[in-house]
Design a protein around this ligand. Structure first.
Ligand code: ATR
Length: 281
């Protein structure tokens, strides 16, 4: 029997994380052997010491989730160019003691769209609107600009944060900054709307971040919130006749990319979308 891979997840809180389930499924599907365990690091713990212990364990790789995606960077030997641009790392590969950081959040999100909509990505001139300007929006914006999409606008409650993200655009990308009210008024101009804020996590009280009244029915509306699985925004979008894209698929594909970085294997995610949906429901 060959060596077993050893992967971990660090973050806080991570008790309810579905990543171990996803990576165990990948091991089963790929016939590779290994473990993926949670290593919760409470905020009061000595982060540097925890990282030194991980170095000593010489694990093959790990994922990083909130609140440590930026904190981890000084402990790395190398950082991939896109992750450096995003300023956050969610995946680390240990190759002979050299730790290299990557960010698979935005690229995983892009892959989730490509897997759901077969022609997605063929037309790079589609008009995209990102709602929100936090870490998730930053990762998604960078992945789309790197991929060559040419029209990506950003609407956020705090305009300055959206402006910071817009500075990361490549030469090919045109980006407008909008207020949430302006976004609502021009909503019919977009082919893809990506909701990246935390609004929607409390379905009983959260209104949709914007009204979709004037939505173009050929539009795809995507919400990266996955608890609840179907946010009020997605319900509204579906009722308006648009196509919808669920947030949990981002989780699946960022994990598929991380597993590929660690093992070199592109594992099939067939049916996992539905299986994960059942777990989350
Ligand atoms: P993440 O890293 O998960 O994206 P974040 O950096 O805290 O999280 O960003 C949260 C996003 O949700 C931001 O765009 C935030 O808007 P501001 O930049 O104006 O703070 C947005 N957000 C959170 N609560 C909101 C609310 N009630 N209404 C509108 N936007 C909200």
């Amino acid at each position: 029997m060959g060596d077993k891979y050893r992967f971990e997840l660090i973050g806080f809180p991570i008790k309810h994380s579905n990543s171990p389930w996803i990576h165990e499924s990948f091991f089963n599907r790929s016939k590779l052997q290994g473990t993926y365990i949670k290593n919760e690091i409470p905020l009061e713990d000595d982060f540097a010491e925890k990282i030194m212990q991980m170095k000593a364990r010489d694990i093959d790789g790990f994922n990083i989730t909130v609140p440590y995606k930026q904190t981890i960077i000084p402990y790395l030997d190398e950082v991939d160019a896109v992750a450096a641009k995003i300023g956050a790392v969610n995946t680390v590969l240990n190759r002979n003691g050299i730790w290299k950081g990557y960010n698979t959040d935005g690229s995983g999100y892009l892959r989730s769209l490509e897997s759901k909509f077969s022609t997605f990505g063929e037309d790079k001139s589609i008009r995209i609107l990102i709602l929100g300007a936090g870490g998730a929006a930053r990762g998604i914006f960078c992945a789309f600009t790197e991929e060559g999409f040419t029209h990506i606008d950003i609407a956020n409650r705090t305009m300055a944060r959206a402006e910071e993200i817009a500075k990361l655009a490549t030469d090919k990308t045109t980006t407008k900054i909008l207020t949430l009210e302006e976004a609502e008024q021009s909503i019919n101009q977009y082919d893809l709307i990506i909701q990246t804020t935390s609004v929607g996590m409390k379905p009983a009280t959260d209104q949709s971040i914007i009204s979709l009244e004037h939505l173009n029915t050929s539009c795809i509306v995507s919400d990266i919130v996955y608890q609840p699985l179907k946010t009020n925004l997605l319900t509204q979008a579906e009722a308006a006749g648009a196509q919808i894209h669920y947030g949990h698929t981002m989780l699946l594909y960022q994990a598929q990319l991380a597993f590929e970085i660690w093992t070199g294997e592109l594992v099939s995610t067939e049916n996992m979308d539905k299986e994960l949906q059942l777990i989350l429901e």
